[in-house]
Structures are given as structure tokens and as C-alpha cells.
Design a binder for this molecule. Structure first.
Ligand SMILES: [Mg+2]
Length: 269
């Protein structure tokens, strides 16, 4: 099986917060020469331009067009389905920047959509406002439902925690645009102009990266540098095609002989 393109998750696969994972830059340089690469993150707090700058600081060259964030996916979704809507946003500046770039109107009153992403200034007042707008019939959209984040300062609540609070209060389910939604999968396939089976997705999270790849008909590679551990595969019954200790092991593997059936044991060497 030959791949045309790689989709690479960022946090936990390429870096941990502000620390680059060992030799991830070298691995990506090598892979970038052979494959089309798209970087993917459920983090909506920064815009694609900011993520491109962050990667550049790690010595990884990447254009804005090579990045998909859950905020960008939400902006695309709104543009496609609710282009003339007025949107109440719970989220940070990066999310608002993506919406503005897509000509989406952000507002505080008379809104017909509520968009919820990670917002470190989230509070009861914002939650009440979102609740009342949704109860009046507004469309409820979430950038993603990641329950928590692993940061250098420990574990913190993710966007999913905020979304669930509003879902509980409103008794409505949000439309999710980030990983592992079908919407972001379609966005990836369209951007890469490749068939799903020609795409390898690399990520550290079984429940987002790997599940999305499996559901979308892509091939999947789990890296054991982040959220999911080997034992989670059995527990969650989500089985990646390949498992690597870290991203630096992917180029030699793809270079040597790409074959099916790499086992959990193989990745230990
Ligand atoms: Mg990750």
C-alpha cells in the first residue's frame, strides 16, 4: 500500500505544548519531501496562521493552507450551511479570527447560531447566555468535544467539558465540526485531493485521530507519545493499522518497506 498524503496531528504527536518531540522536525522534513502533508489539531484557541508560526519556531515549514484546526472547520461549516447567520461565540481570539476571515458575523444579541470552543475565560454568565440563545432556537455547534487537555501545568478541561455543560442545560446535542466528525474528514479529503485509502493519519489519540481515520476509510498510525497508551487499544477496541513509539520511527518504516500487519510487538524495538 502506497500513500499519497499524510495527515499529522500536532499536540502529543509533534510537540507537547512548547516542547518539540524528539526529532519530530527531522521526521517531518523527510516526510514532506515524499508526501503531501496536512497538519490537524482540535485546538481552536489559535488561528492557522498562529499554528504555522509555532511550527516555524520549531523549524518545521508549513503554510496556513496545510493546517486544519477545529476552529477553521467550524468556520467552514458555518460558511457552508449558515453563511448569513449571526453567531454567539464562546471561544478565544484564534477562533474569532478564523470566523472573521470567513466573513462570519460574530454578535452578542439576536444570534441564530451558538459556537462553543475552548475558552479559558468560560463562566456562568457566558453559559447562561448561550443556553438562552439555544432555547430560542439557535443552531448549536461545537468545535470539538475533547474532554481534557494535557498541558505542561497538568491536566485541564477541554472544549468538550464546556460543550457538555451547555448540552446538559439545554438538553440539546451540539453539531461537532472537529475530530472525529465526518465534516472534518470530508474537509481533509477535499484539501488533499486524494482518496481516503491513500491517506495515512498519524496521531496520539485513539478516540479522535484514529477513530476518525477508521470511520473515514483512511489508514491509521498511532504514536505513543501522547494521550493513548498501548493498553487503551483493547479497552477502547479502536485498532490502528500501525503503532509507533514516536513520529521519528515513521520515516524509516515507510522508507524501508511499507507492509500491513505491523504488530504491537514490532513497535517496541
Ligand atoms: Mg494529539
Amino acid at each position: 500500500m502506497e500513500f499519497k498524503a499524510l495527515v499529522i496531528d500536532l499536540d502529543g504527536s509533534v510537540y507537547h505544548g512548547n516542547t518539540l518531540i524528539e526529532k519530530a522536525d527531522e521526521a517531518l522534513k523527510f516526510l514532506g519531501k515524499k508526501y503531501d502533508i496536512l497538519y490537524l489539531t482540535n485546538n481552536s484557541t489559535r488561528s492557522r496562521a498562529e499554528f504555522a508560526r509555532k511550527l516555524a519556531n520549531f523549524g518545521i515549514s508549513c503554510t496556513k493552507q496545510q493546517l486544519i484546526t477545529s476552529g477553521y472547520a467550524a468556520a467552514q461549516y458555518l460558511q457552508e450551511h449558515y453563511a448569513s447567520s449571526k453567531v454567539y461565540v464562546i471561544g478565544e481570539q484564534g477562533l474569532k479570527d478564523e470566523l472573521t476571515e470567513h466573513d462570519i458575523t460574530i454578535c452578542e444579541e439576536d444570534c441564530d447560531c451558538v459556537l462553543v470552543g475552548l475558552d479559558k475565560e468560560f463562566n456562568y454568565k457566558k453559559m447562561s447566555k448561550a443556553l438562552n440563545i439555544i432555547l430560542k432556537g439557535a443552531v448549536f455547534i461545537a468545535t470539538n468535544t475533547d474532554p481534557f487537555l494535557i498541558t505542561s501545568e497538568g491536566v485541564k478541561p477541554g472544549a468538550g467539558s464546556l460543550v457538555t455543560a451547555i448540552e446538559t442545560a439545554s438538553v440539546k446535542k451540539a453539531i461537532v465540526t472537529g475530530k472525529p466528525s465526518a465534516f472534518i474528514t470530508d474537509l481533509i479529503v477535499k484539501k488533499l485531493k486524494a482518496k481516503p485509502e491513500e491517506i495515512l493519519i498519524v496521531g496520539d489519540n485513539l478516540q479522535t485521530d484514529i477513530l476518525m481515520g477508521i470511520k473515514g476509510g483512511m489508514r491509521t498510525a498511532l504514536v505513543l507519545t501522547g494521550a493513548s497508551k498501548l493498553g487503551d487499544i483493547e479497552r477502547l477496541q479502536i485498532r490502528p493499522d500501525y503503532i509507533f513509539k514516536s513520529i521519528k520511527h515513521i520515516p524509516p518504516f515507510l522508507d524501508k518497506n511499507l507492509h500491513d500487519g505491523r504488530t504491537e510487538k514490532d513497535c517496541q524495538d
